[in-house]
Write a protein that binds this ligand. Structure first.
Ligand code: DX5
Ligand code: ZN
Length: 227
């Protein structure tokens, strides 16, 4: 299973946004994670399609732009984030009563975007089971979405394990409170993609931290799940 490491731009120095995007791109990371908050699904606001376009312009070919829509109405904006250059668009299954999940997945696929389906820490894992066949990745939030710098919620680990047992080849991503230690716990539970904001952007040598996280997650995943 390929291990993916993605710094989250939310923790970057916003006064030097271009340089920070370039620092993440040069770190050996697989992609850049971009958090979009609507002030409604979460009580905070963050970036916009223009930021996605800036990231897409500055990221070299082969470095994924992974856009996480924490929005009540992802269907109204998903297309704009694809047009802005997102390779993957993730939206939350908590909106499934008001948003047609399969229709939005189909729309994203028609635009050649990868699709991620996200669940919050308190959302039962069973909510994701019916959709495992139609997503490229499942994002298990390991903090309550809305803010960077929170502590990893270890109660999410059994949910990761339950998804991995049902979907051996699916990309399973964790986001929130991920650092050198918690990433290993998540990899043992079955995660293979790791978003880290405050931890990676605080590193004077981001490349070394990415390499170390990759090596320890590869070893932990292989120990627990085989290759
Ligand atoms: C939280 C966001 C995360 C955030 C993670 O709502 O979805 O992507 O950037 O930040 P850290 O790694 O600092 O917990
Ligand atoms: Zn995120």
């Amino acid at each position: 299973m390929k291990i993916r490491i993605l710094p989250s731009l939310l923790a970057a120095d916003l006064g030097r946004l271009g340089e920070e995007i370039a620092r993440a791109a040069a770190s050996g990371a697989d992609g850049l994670h971009l958090d979009i908050m609507d002030g409604h699904f979460v009580p905070n606001l963050s970036f916009a399609p223009a930021t996605a376009a800036l990231c897409a312009k500055l990221l070299p070919e082969g470095i994924e732009l992974n856009t996480h829509l924490m929005m009540t109405n992802p269907h109204k904006y998903a297309g704009r984030f694809v047009e802005a250059g997102s390779d993957t668009v993730q939206f939350h299954l908590e909106v499934r009563d008001t948003v047609n999940v399969r229709a939005l997945v189909a729309e994203l696929e028609a635009h050649k975007a990868r699709v991620g389906l996200a669940i919050n820490p308190e959302t039962p894992v069973e909510v994701a089971f019916p959709y495992l066949d139609c997503a490229d990745e499942v994002l298990c939030m390991t903090v309550h979405p809305g803010y960077g710098g929170q502590a990893f919620i270890a109660e999410v680990l059994p949910k990761i394990r339950a998804i991995r047992e049902r979907a051996p080849a699916l990309d399973i991503m964790v986001d929130g409170g991920v650092n050198g230690e918690t990433a290993v716990l998540a990899a043992e539970a079955g995660a293979n993609a790791f978003v880290a904001g405050s931890y990676l952007f605080a590193q004077p040598d981001m490349a070394a931290a990415v390499a170390e996280m990759r090596a320890s997650c590869e070893a932990a995943f292989a120990r627990a799940w085989g290759k």
